[in-house]
Design a protein around this ligand. Structure first.
Ligand code: HEM
Length: 422
């Protein structure tokens, strides 16, 4: 095989042998060199974890997509993150993400209609206005942190519109969402799961006290909707499922917490890393300014390039052979979206940021599996509208400072991005 260029953002510390399981590895950036070496040399690689467990790292596109499709052989019931949980924890914290069909389908049907392309696009105008309301004052500052002024604020305000949550509550939900999904980063929580004892919260989402606050909020919202139902997603969650039974309070609370966690920083980091990629590739930025009609392929390329959700885990239900390795029933199997999206077996010149790339069957939202991202159309619209408004209101954007990255092996992104706009 001929030597390939690496990704331009490969961290200096990544010598091809970074520990994928360590949260600290990802502070330096996505370990692209390690992922490439694994794809080329060891596409079903065993990785040890500090707690004594370990997992098979699946890094090639074709394998990731195939395993994700075969949910009967690779189940989600035992969890979708690396974290080891006992039965009681798994049960108490179960959301639809930790279910397989048909149980999964029954829960997902409750909310599917609230997130279809058609439903989401019916919010285009109010969301465009919301974006302008947030962007315009930020741009007037001239120099600002794109994350705290824009990318951190927008996604929850937009999701809030679909959920039926008042704009005024968004900031609090963002804060809770950060404490949940960023439970491995001391900037966002005092309860860093791998550094302090969080046993007291073991039955709460993400072992985080913020989970209790989100549960309380969800219950208040439920009481309100029961008195006065509407067409929003919270009301849909309270309706009976296809078997005629409504969700239990715990199922409802966990579902709400899932939406708050999943819809928060994923889009934030896609926006932030997307803007960083555009500034780093001025010719591409120029193309987008001159040819705004390529916006949809541009959004897909940003999703592929950023691949904010680095992986999800499955568990093998029977022994399986793959590339000469034997995966045993009960083994953890981890699908590295962050690797599959740069697999040169699938994408031509994958380290080239190309806003016209087509086809672009990336796996930033999963692919071919039952858990394909519920918020995919919302996230696409958020990125599209933000870029359109940002480019329409600026002539030039510079990045002055790229801050630390999130300490998380699950979500990859830059926590602050200081920009200057003219
Ligand atoms: C760019 C932003 C986003 C990225 C990169 C992303 C990524 C993903 C990925 C990779 C999955 C798992 C797919 C699989 O296992 O096959 C997923 C599932 C999910 N996402 Fe997203 N997501 C994003 C935005 C959102 C938003 C805005 C929401 C808002 C509600 C959301 C809600 C969900 C939910 C609820 C699931 C679980 C679906 C299921 O289990 O059926 N996501 N997302």
């Amino acid at each position: 095989m001929t030597p390939k260029e690496h990704h331009p953002w490969v961290p200096k510390s990544d010598n091809g042998y970074s520990n994928l399981a360590s949260h600290d590895t990802w502070v330096a950036g996505t370990p692209y060199a390690t992922l490439q070496r694994l794809r080329d040399e060891d596409p079903v690689a065993w990785v040890d974890e500090v707690d004594g467990s370990g997992f098979w790292a699946i890094t090639r596109y074709a394998d990731v997509v195939e395993i994700n499709r075969r949910w009967e052989d690779f189940t989600s019931y035992q969890g979708i993150r690396l974290e080891e949980m006992d039965d009681e924890e798994t049960q108490a914290r179960r959301t639809m993400m930790e279910l397989d069909p048909p149980d999964h389908t029954r829960l997902r049907r409750l909310v599917n209609r609230g997130f279809t392309r058609q439903t989401v696009e019916s919010y285009e105008e109010p969301i465009r206005k919301l974006t302008a309301d947030i962007l315009t004052p930020a741009l007037a500052l001239g120099e600002f942190d794109f994350v705290s002024e824009v990318a951190r604020v927008l996604p929850m305000r937009m999701l809030g519109r679909l959920l039926g949550v008042p704009d005024g509550h968004a900031e609090q939900l963002v804060d809770w969402g950060d404490q949940l999904l960023s439970n491995t980063d001391p900037e966002y929580t005092d309860h860093v799961v791998d550094q302090v004892d969080t046993d007291e919260f073991r039955l709460i989402p993400f072992r985080s006290p913020a989970g209790l606050e989100v549960f309380r909020y969800a219950q208040e919202a439920a009481v309100q909707r029961r008195g006065c139902p509407s067409d929003d997603v919270i009301s849909r969650l309270l309706a009976p499922t296809s078997d005629g039974e409504p969700l239990s309070d715990l199922q409802f609370n966990n579902f709400f917490a899932l939406l708050v966690a999943a819809g928060n920083d994923t889009t934030r980091y896609s926006l932030t890393e997307g803007l960083r990629a555009l500034v780093d590739h001025p010719k591409q930025m120029q193309v987008l300014r001159e040819e705004p009609t390529i916006i949809n392929t541009a959004v897909e390329e940003i999703l592929r390039w950023t691949t904010v959700t680095t992986h999800f885990r499955r568990t093998a239900t029977s022994d399986q052979e793959l590339h000469g390795r034997t995966i045993r029933a009960g083994d953890k199997v981890v699908l590295w979206w962050a690797s599959a999206n740069y697999d040169e077996r699938k994408f031509d010149d994958p380290y080239n940021f190309d806003l016209r790339r087509e086809p672009n069957d990336h796996v930033a939202f999963g692919r071919n599996g039952p858990h394909l991202c519920l918020g995919a159309w919302l996230a696409r619209m958020e990125i599209r509208i933000t870029l359109q408004e940002l480019l329409a209101q600026t002539n030039n954007i510079e990045v002055l400072r790229v801050s630390d990255r999130l300490r998380s092996n699950l979500i990859s992104g830059t926590k602050h991005l200081t920009v200057r706009v003219t």
